[in-house]
Design a protein around this ligand. Sequence first.
Ligand SMILES: C[S@@+](CC[C@H](N)C(=O)[O-])C[C@H]1O[C@@H](n2cnc3c(N)ncnc32)[C@H](O)[C@@H]1O
Length: 235
Amino acid sequence: MFDIKKDNWESSYAKGQNFIYYPKEETVKFLNRFIKKKKSLNKYIQLIDSPQKLRGLDFGCGIGRMTILLHEFDIDGYGIDISQNAIVEAKKLSEYFGFNLEGFLQAYDGEKIPFDDNYFDFTISEGVLDSMPFELAKRLIKDIDRVTKKYFFLSLISVESADIFRQVKDKEFFDGEVEVEEEHEKGTIQSLFSRQKIEEFIKDTNFKIKWCELHTVDSCISNYQHGRWYLVLEK
Ligand SMILES: C[S@@+](CC[C@H](N)C(=O)[O-])C[C@H]1O[C@@H](n2cnc3c(N)ncnc32)[C@H](O)[C@@H]1O
């Protein structure tokens, strides 16, 4: 049994943290490049084969901004998260944007994904598998492998972000994990990723790296630096 930090995530959402209302540009790009290319207001070119309407899993969906995006692309998007508070908010947000996602959003136990093998054509996950102990993330990516047919698009915080955490002493290179002391997401775990750690992360799955970008941001007025990996894994 892992400590999945459910109470910390519930309390984070109760304070309105991670109420991010619009999808990430990188996720829009992933959908356009690998899943469905939008050609006009309601026309798409589908880029992967499927006998039925495409299904996508938004793993660790938070308040559902990317689950809603999947439905905008006319994909059956399912969002799961350990936080019931987040799921309640996701239902409100989807209604606000005119979607009824009853049956598409659910809280789960944080360890076993409640869907059958190969249920999804693809999975997306933004900033989730880096928000937990590495050992749990390694177990969960195997379960994502189980439920996913083709692609897994994910983002992970990189070693360049060590600056953000005052408890990290070796800011030059740190690819371990820390318990967050700062107010935002207090008490949760952040696991920072190097390229080597990514290889270790996927080595026991059927996924291979199809596309990998490291996006770094440097402040012009201080030494602040931040980085995230954006990865497309493929079978
Ligand atoms: C930084 S937030 C990102 C939320 C969302 N993906 C987004 O981009 O808006 C991390 C999310 O991971 C969820 N989470 C943490 N542990 C999880 C687990 N074991 N399984 C699924 N979700 C988890 C948290 O509840 C939280 O919603």
